[in-house]
Design a binder for this molecule. Structure first.
Ligand code: SF4
Length: 451
């Protein structure tokens, strides 16, 4: 065996064009020290692990798809480039994985991960890698560390929907409009809105009660979290991440998530999404916010049991009335509020329906009012304006870009940035996980596009 003695530094061993050199040059994490200084005592205890080292330690796990802190520690011990990035010399001790696991759990430390994500997004925007011209939103399921064997059916207290308050506002607005249209105001609702029974019983796992039992066609069934991401369609920079339990519908966090980006991160000009986001409130709110909405239309099915379905009635936009098959008019007479929306009620006159020869095909057997009613979403004008453009090339192009950037980004994150499963438990831990995965992705996009 031939042994040679070399005098080298870790700086000499680090290749000049190494990916981590680029990461270090674009991402200055020194702000973490200032933001976490109040969490450390200067007088008591052992010298702490530098919080910047902690964040870098975790970040390399997502940049290189290393699945656990234990394995990250092992990689840092033998990988010169990782040691260089963390600021460790060749023979410095690597922080123990269990210490890192404990530290990242501290609630006071958690907001640091969001701050790092926001800082990377800010730098991407400053480098013109995101413009807000078109953003796409989608969600993906991330497996929770929750046992299905410990699932139990739990009766949950009724919770108002996420957009309940928004609907209350629109309901009030609608009542004022109704007063102008028909000259009288409907009495204030005395009954509570009908409860949504589907969510009163929930399958909860005792090992992670904050995860949600996901059951969707074409998706695996079990305990999952959902990572909702909005991606800028210029270069694929992720602008926002929201995490919910796996049994929450995609439409629930959508508007708050998008408006948070629009108001605090980057003004959005147009948004695109798949059919799960095609709900009337979204069309109404985004139009008010000045955001074009390119959404894949939701297939609709008329489940009424009568022969004359909705499309048998012709709408007259000028007069704002529907014409029924026997030529009678259905006019706005009320406003209906349900758990999921606000609707105009169009009624035919009872005096016209009573002698009508088509009555058997038009009214259901259980009809008690003796007149035909149609419900129209309060947001229908906005829905109509958006969907009228669905065959235009710009609209189709936006849907195509959503597929490329949203689904492509999720696929890459699952493959290389640990977005398949979460090893820790609880919604906050899941959010940290998804944020770090998105940060790693954005860093790679930034370095690739700034070459
Ligand atoms: S039952 Fe009433 S709404 Fe239906 S076709 Fe006859 S008149 Fe028109």
């Amino acid at each position: 065996m031939q042994l040679k003695l070399h005098i080298v530094t870790i700086e000499d061993l680090m290749p000049q064009k190494h990916f981590l050199r680029k990461v270090e040059s674009v991402l200055d994490l020194s702000f973490i020290q200032a933001e976490t200084s109040h969490l450390y005592s200067r007088r008591y205890g052992r010298p702490p692990i530098d919080p910047v080292v902690l964040v870098k330690y975790l970040l390399v796990g997502y940049l290189y798809g290393i699945p656990s802190e234990r394995q990250i520690e092992q990689r840092i011990q033998t990988d010169v480039a990782l040691r260089w990035y963390l600021g460790l010399d060749l023979f410095d001790a690597v922080p123990d994985h269990s210490t890192i696991s404990q530290l990242r759990r501290k609630p006071s430390f958690r907001k640091v991960f969001r701050r790092v994500f926001e800082e990377v997004v800010r730098q991407c925007i400053a480098a013109d890698l995101a413009s807000g011209r078109l953003v796409g939103t989608d969600s993906t399921h991330v497996k929770a560390s929750a046992s299905r064997a410990s699932e139990e059916l739990v009766e949950m207290p009724e919770e108002p929907g996420a957009y309940w308050e928004r609907l209350d506002t629109y309901e009030e607005q609608g009542l004022q409009e109704l007063e102008k249209r028909i000259g009288r105001r409907r009495k204030k609702r005395s009954k509570q809105i009908k409860r949504d029974n589907r969510r009163t019983h929930k399958r909860v796992s005792r090992t992670d009660p904050e995860a949600g039992h996901m059951k969707r066609p074409g998706k695996p069934e079990g305990q999952y979290y959902l990572s909702h991401q909005t991606v800028d369609c210029d270069h694929g920079v992720i602008l926002g991440v929201t995490v919910t339990p796996g049994d929450v519908h995609d439409s629930v966090p959508y508007l708050d998530h998008l408006e948070e980006i629009h108001r605090n991160i980057l003004p959005i000009q147009a948004a695109t999404a798949d059919a799960a986001y095609d709900f009337p409130l979204a069309h109404g709110v985004l139009e008010e916010d000045g955001i074009f909405f390119y959404v894949r239309p939701q297939p609709t099915a008329d489940r009424t049991e009568v022969t004359f379905k909705r499309d048998a009635f012709a709408y007259d936009r000028e007069k704002d009335v529907y014409h029924c098959p026997s030529g009678q008019q259905l006019r706005v007479k009320g406003l209906y509020r349900s758990a999921s929306g606000v609707y105009w009620e169009y009624w035919a006159e009872r005096s016209a329906c009573r002698p009508c020869p088509l009555r058997a095909s038009c009214l259901s057997k259980n009809d008690k009012r003796g007149a035909r009613k149609l419900l129209d979403s309060y947001f229908r004008p906005a829905v109509r304006r958006d969907l009228a453009r669905q065959d235009e090339p710009e609209y189709l192009d936006a849907l195509r870009k959503r597929q490329i950037w949203c689904e492509g980004t999720f696929a890459a994150q699952k493959w290389g940035h640990r977005l398949t499963r979460i090893l820790r438990r609880g919604l906050e831990a899941a959010e940290d996980h998804c944020l770090l995965s998105a940060t790693a992705w954005n860093l790679k996009r930034m370095i690739k596009c700034m070459k």
